[in-house]
Design a protein around this ligand. Sequence first.
Ligand code: MV4
Length: 448
Amino acid sequence: MFSRIMVANRGEIALRIIRACREMGIETVAICSKSDENARYLKQADITVCIGPPESDGSYLNIPSIISAAEITDIEAIHPGYGFLSEVGHFAEVCESSNIVFVGPRSEVLKKLGNKTEARKIAIANKVPVVPGSESVVKDQQQALDIAHKIGYPVIIKASAGGGGRGMRVAHNNISLVNSLAIAQREAESAFKDPSIYIEKYIEDARHVEVQIFGDNYGNIIHLGERDCTLQRRHQKLVEESPSPSISERLREDICKAAVKIARAVNYTNAGTVEFLVDKEGKFYFIEVNTRLQVEHPVTEMVTGIDLVKQQIRIAYGERLNIKQKKINNQGVSLECRVYAEDPSNGFRPQPGKITMYNPPGGRGVRVDSHVHAGYEISPYYDSLISKVIVNQKTREEAIACMKRALNEYEIEGIKTTIPLSLELISHPQFANGNINTNFVENLLSKG
Ligand code: MV4
């Protein structure tokens, strides 16, 4: 096994990975920016290197700084966590050529699947259903109008280099399509340095179902079941759960098989997530692949009992997958509520500042993944996620009751959080029925 790994991330996920390494007897090198220097979770690492200023561009996204720190500390592998450099093909490539193992898929796979039109083509070639839409990148206005005419409005314009909802626009008629097209191309160019866009039929009232997959370096590929991430606000997930309450056993099998098919098509290695939309009629459509460990991975860990981070590290080291598909036996129901340092009653304004009192929940079936504590200073420079509460119980009803209890127990003072919103969402009768779609949160918020 590796003897020393670098964790190229911060916050709760850096702590999550450091903990896994500790348990595996692997030394860790943590990196931090100037504004994270005093973060207490860094004490859990064996070595900490401050690699740059608070701004991510100069620190957590600074490839030369990270590679220098890696060379100085003599690490064998880099775990990128999620966000930052986790899906950057160029970074994985630099690691590969510096003889550092990147804990994730090969750079070639990151590049291929990072291009969403490319991923769409792979799905089509492997007979996995995709949303009706353009065959490839849309070249000009006329082509866009022709496609929209063929598939019918509403349509959605997506950036080929985008993902996770960034740079997406819905158009309901020719005029808005022409306008949105120009805006979307400009946005894609400035955000991703690539103006390529593609078009899909907009699936209304969809559910978002994603499948956790794993591949090793010997062609073995498995899935660990699905997660339902329908409860989002502006592409920020709020509640995730497994199994999905909205699909039949038959549909679950079909979706999981489709996910494995895509993984096989690219000889996928390490952890990944294949995203689908499920429409009102129970038809499913591939949308994209996330080539990283996801924020919501604990939901899958709690139903499968498998430590995804340890599996990632073992596979990166070159071990074979030691889990057989037939042996994976998902138990009960898991729910995750993300806690953001934002004020829901004030336009979700970020809440940087000091946490003055902190008392997380506990008890049977409750897991809290967080790096914060009383006295912790929330930086304005990074994502506002400060904690994740995950529960596992026999039934969905019990899981919801357990989550309500846990969130009610959670005491955080000094800053406002999204805990009250999460409580409201999971207490809603429509959530209890599993009768929600991607517009649920916005609709609820607009009603006050
Ligand atoms: C869609 C869609 C409807 N139709 N694609 C959002 C995340 C990104 N990975 C893809 N997303 C969507 N793609 C088509 N063809 C609706 C969404 C979407 C969404 C999906 C799941 C949960 C919340 C959402 C909120 C807005 C849009």
